[in-house]
Design a protein around this ligand. Structure first.
Ligand code: CTP
Length: 418
């Protein structure tokens, strides 16, 4: 469990910290919050307490707060301190070492890494005083998570919008032990940590292949057989593997997603092409088959566009596609140490996934219930990890969070095997 002290200061963006707390808890972080007087003008201590599951602190001179959890202990028990949103006023106070309220006293007393995510009006952001203060805060060792540009709550357009919650979470996790656990350098460009990047134990790194997205099986020059997979989950897994230092090849069917950073990408269309690209990527230590491979293809795709037949029924002969997961898991010479498949089921989730694991000779199956169309295309996922030991239900979380959790498991599995 990682402990995060989140300081929420007076900015209209304070409401976004609620989403940040939720996302951090999804990633198994314990979040304690200090809500400044200004912050409490925008959101209530009750909503912060309900979402964080912890008491909210606000008053430096509260006898109750200081005896239960003084400002020194708040910082000592944190692994990292995050100021989000950081108002121009709080940044100015940090730059000058003020300690006249709980937030500033805690920041001054801190012996931890401090991440600062500013949010303010564009003119305030541009003002030389703010920029000067920020440079000072950064020089004192804080990491700045820059705001983005766009239309601001005040109606003006410019820089000053709080960074996206996902980017703040990423910066926080980069500064925390997930990366240290894998022995790699925090990869975020936002961080200036000097830790050295080296992959998994005993050198040599680890190689991974990930399949993602749907496959399209040609029927004729204008039509194909496809499915509803967006590729979001597979792409997130490839990105998360690269984040911990993996040498990753992503083999993806047609999706609308950009290629993840730091990953070698092979774009394919059909199942046969996907299989050939997987074979080319071998040997790897880990294979994650997240693609929704079409089970069938047309027996003979037509080179000419098929025409309607005046109302008469048209038959389309289909043949089964090769099973890529089964192929990798039963590979005679180059079977990866860990082969992970997915199972999209509409009923008997655990039973069907366990059968699929055995039949395909996979080590793990990530099973999800796709009944009612609740997963395809969505940003969230609710999965059960099925291993030889049985099923482990994970709570509903974002696809990025599923990817990170899965990658943590992969890393610890390979460490034991190496
Ligand atoms: N898979 C694959 N190649 C295929 C079909 C599936 O690699 N031709 C992989 C998927 O990437 C996924 C797993 O197998 O990891 C499960 O796919 P799914 O379609 O759910 O299972 P099927 O084997 O097709 O079984 P069924 O459709 O009967 O549920």
């Amino acid at each position: 469990m990682r402990n995060i002290l989140l300081i929420i200061s007076g900015s209209i963006a304070a409401y976004k910290s609620l989403d940040l707390i939720r996302r951090l808890r999804e990633r198994e972080c314990n979040v304690r919050c200090i809500l400044t007087k200004g912050g409490a003008e925008f959101i209530t201590p009750l909503s912060v307490a309900s979402l964080s599951g912890n008491p909210v602190y606000g008053d430096l001179f509260s006898l109750k707060d200081e005896t239960e959890m003084g400002h020194i202990r708040l910082t000592r028990e944190a692994d990292v301190i995050v100021v989000a949103p950081a108002s121009a006023d709080l940044i100015a106070k940090m730059a000058h070492g003020f300690a006249d309220d709980l937030a500033t006293a805690a920041l001054l007393a801190s012996d931890k890494k401090i991440l600062v995510a500013p949010a303010m009006n564009a003119q305030m952001w541009k003002h030389p005083a703010t920029q000067r203060n920020l440079r000072r805060v950064e020089k004192d060792g804080a990491v700045i998570i820059p705001p983005s540009a766009g239309s601001l709550a005040c109606g003006e357009i410019g820089a000053g919008r709080l960074a996206e919650a996902g980017d703040i979470v990423k910066a926080i996790l980069d500064s925390l032990s997930l990366r240290e656990m894998a022995g790699v350098k925090a990869s975020s460009a936002l961080l200036s940590s000097g830790a050295s990047r080296h992959p998994l134990p005993e050198g040599g790194g680890f190689k991974a292949l990930v399949t993602s997205g749907p496959t399209h099986e040609s029927i004729d020059p204008v039509r194909y057989l496809g499915n509803r997979s967006s590729g979001k989950q597979g792409h997130a897994i490839a990105a998360a593997l690269a984040e911990v230092g993996g040498d990753v090849t992503l083999i993806t069917g047609p999706t609308a997603l950009p290629d993840p950073e730091g990953v070698r990408v092979a774009h394919v269309t059909s199942a046969s092409e996907m299989l050939a690209a997987c074979e080319k990527a071998l040997p790897v230590n880990v294979a994650v088959c997240a693609a929704a491979v079409s089970d069938w293809r047309a027996e003979a795709a037509s080179v000419r566009k098929l025409k309607k037949r005046g109302g008469a029924a048209t038959a389309l002969a289909l043949v089964e596609n090769p099973d890529i997961l089964g192929h990798l898991a039963n590979h005679p010479k180059k079977r990866p140490i860990l082969v992970i498949g997915f199972a999209a089921e509409t009923e008997n989730l655990l039973k069907n996934a366990a059968t699929k694991r055995k039949n395909k000779n996979a080590d793990w199956i990530v099973a999800n219930d796709v009944s009612g169309g609740k997963i395809f295309g969505s940003d969230n996922n609710e999965v059960t990890l099925v291993t030889a030991k049985g099923g482990e239900e994970w709570p509903r979380m974002s696809k990025e969070a599923v990817a990170e959790k899965l990658v943590e498991r992969i890393v610890s599995y390979i460490r034991k095997k190496k």
